[in-house]
Design a protein around this ligand. Structure first.
Ligand code: ATP
Length: 136
């Protein structure tokens, strides 16, 4: 069969991009509304980034960690949904899939907490130390 004539490449790619962005946004909204952990991670990221700005340190490492944790939480949500679809009954392979996906979020979260402490503790200590040393 003869392929359909290609429409204007730029118009097509912009329309496709908006369509894909809409689907991605729907995935984000769905994860936000169904996953309490995702909401907690977003708010922790907002607080940590705000602290970076208030303490005048670069928020780049914290933002990178936020992206990693939130991205993996989205992948974990996708893995859970697919596992439930494929294996609604208990199955050892389904357990491996769900536990490994959850483990990925846990590893990223632990590393993120360590990065947050490494970035925020020195300026916080520098802020608190003079106040403590000036006390009689
Ligand atoms: N179909 C299944 N077969 C085997 N084990 C399962 C199955 N469904 C869930 N489990 C086990 O139960 C655990 C929790 O599963 P569940 O789907 O409730 O994930 P969850 O992390 O609690 O999800 P949510 O973040 O949505 O609360 C999984 O990590 C896995 O060990």
């Amino acid at each position: 069969m003869k392929p359909a004539p290609a429409p204007s490449a730029s118009a097509l790619s912009w329309r496709r991009w908006w369509r894909s962005a809409g689907f991605a946004w729907a995935g984000l909204r769905r994860t936000w509304s169904t996953q309490p952990n995702f909401r907690i991670e977003v708010w922790l990221g907002v607080v940590a980034s705000g602290l970076c700005l208030a303490l005048r340190v670069s928020p780049a490492p914290v933002l990178l960690c936020c992206g990693l944790v939130l991205g993996l939480e989205l992948v974990n949500t996708a893995a859970e949904a697919l596992t439930d679809l494929i294996s609604p009954e208990w199955h050892p392979q389904a357990k491996i899939a769900k536990d490994a996906a959850a483990g990925a979020v846990l590893v990223a979260s632990i590393v993120s907490v360590l990065v947050g402490l490494a970035v925020l503790l020195p300026p916080l200590a520098a802020l608190i130390r003079p106040a403590l040393s000036s006390q009689p």
